[in-house]
Structures are given as C-alpha cells and as structure tokens.
Design a protein around this ligand. Structure first.
Ligand SMILES: Nc1ncnc2c1ncn2[C@@H]1O[C@H](COP(=O)(O)OP(=O)(O)O)[C@@H](O)[C@H]1O
Length: 190
C-alpha cells in the first residue's frame, strides 16, 4: 500500500490533532528504524496505523476484547489501554494488513512488553517522543534516543508509570513487565 493511500485511510479515523501526532510518529519511527536497525517500511506502516482505533466507541472496543479472544484483563483498566490491541485487530480486519511484526508493534505501542523486537521498541518510543509531544521529561528521552534505544524506552516507561501513579490511575501490568524486561536487557549488555 502507498503511504498516501494508508494516510487517507487513517485520517478518516482520527481528529486533526491526532492525525498530526500520527505524522510525527511516522517521521520519528522511520528515523529510529534507520538508526537502530528495524525495517523502515514496516515502521512507517505501523506508525501510520498505530492509533487507528483511538476514537472507536468504548463499547465497541470492549465488545471486540470480549468476542475476539483478546486478554480479558484489559477490561479491568482504563479504556486508554484498549485502543492498541483493538487497533491491531481492526487494522488486520478492516485494512487487511497481515504482517504480524507490524500488527504486534501496533498491539504493544501503549504498554510495551518484555523482550520487544526493535520494531516494537521503535514504535513505542516514537509514540512517546514525536515532535508534537510535550510531557515533562520528554526532551531528556529525545536526547537519550540519539544514542540508546533501550535506555530511551526505559525512561519513557518510567515516566509513564510515574505519571499514572500521580494521577491515581490503575496501571495495566504489562507496563511493569516492559520496565523489568528493559532493565534486564540493559544489564546484560554490560
Ligand atoms: N499500563 C497502563 N495502564 C493504564 N494506562 C496506561 C498504561 N500505559 C499507558 N497508559 C495511558 O494510556 C494513554 C495513551 O497512551 P499511548 O497509547 O502511549 O498514546 P497515544 O494513544 O496518544 O498514541 C496515556 O494517557 C497513558 O498514560
């Protein structure tokens, strides 16, 4: 699929603000893929579609989790954790993207997971640091992303955990597995 065709499809699913965020994730993920050794074409496709389900009604997302064999514990957390796994399902079903590497990068873009592929890390990080993002601490993560993909992902996941705790929000446990897994991978490098 051409980039323009893919962007047209996704634009219909998003607000203007979210579409601009998506363009930032596309540009950032291609750059990170080239730098750290993921397939830039797959990074581009995963980035274009990563927020495909962001604006689906919550009830529809819950129905998909219930009926399509997604982990049922997703229903016990804030609805924000639904759009990534539901997005992977819908991108396959409605857009016809079948590549499991791309679908997994979409599936795990919010929480990460243990032992992420380079492509999964690239999408996870690009979603966090793309130029339109303005969270406290994001510049330090951008700096680190110029040298070390794992360290930058670790900073992002630590910030997310801290942010959710400050807001008294439940934390979907996969995020802790991401944190533990990255620490392990970083330790093994030394
Ligand atoms: N483990 C988690 N449990 C609950 N909420 C989470 C978890 N991880 C991230 N979130 C929240 O989900 C929201 C969406 O995050 P994300 O998918 O990264 O961004 P976006 O959809 O804007 O690309 C954020 O507000 C984030 O704090």
């Amino acid at each position: 699929m051409e980039q323009n065709e893919a962007l047209e499809i996704v634009k219909k699913q998003l607000t203007d603000h979210r579409f601009i965020h998506t363009l930032g994730v596309v540009e950032t993920s291609i750059r990170l893929a080239n730098k750290f050794g993921a397939d830039p074409k797959k990074a581009e496709t995963a980035a274009i579609f990563h927020d495909y389900a962001k604006f689906r009604p919550k009830d529809e997302m819950r129905q998909i989790v219930q009926n399509e064999g997604l982990p049922q514990d997703l229903l016990l957390y804030g609805s924000e954790v639904l759009h990534a796994p539901v997005g992977a399902f819908l991108v396959k079903k409605e857009v016809g993207i079948a590549d499991p590497e791309i679908l997994n990068a979409i599936y795990y873009h919010t929480t990460g997971k243990e032992n992420m592929t380079i492509l999964e890390k690239v999408i996870f990080l690009a979603d966090y640091i793309e130029p339109n993002r303005q969270f406290p601490g994001v510049d330090a993560v951008r700096e680190t992303a110029q040298q070390d993909l794992d360290q930058a992902c670790l900073m992002a996941v630590k910030n997310t955990i801290g942010f959710l705790m400050k807001q008294n929000q439940k934390i979907y446990p996969l995020t802790f597995e991401t944190y533990n897994g990255l620490l392990q991978e970083i330790k093994q490098k030394f």
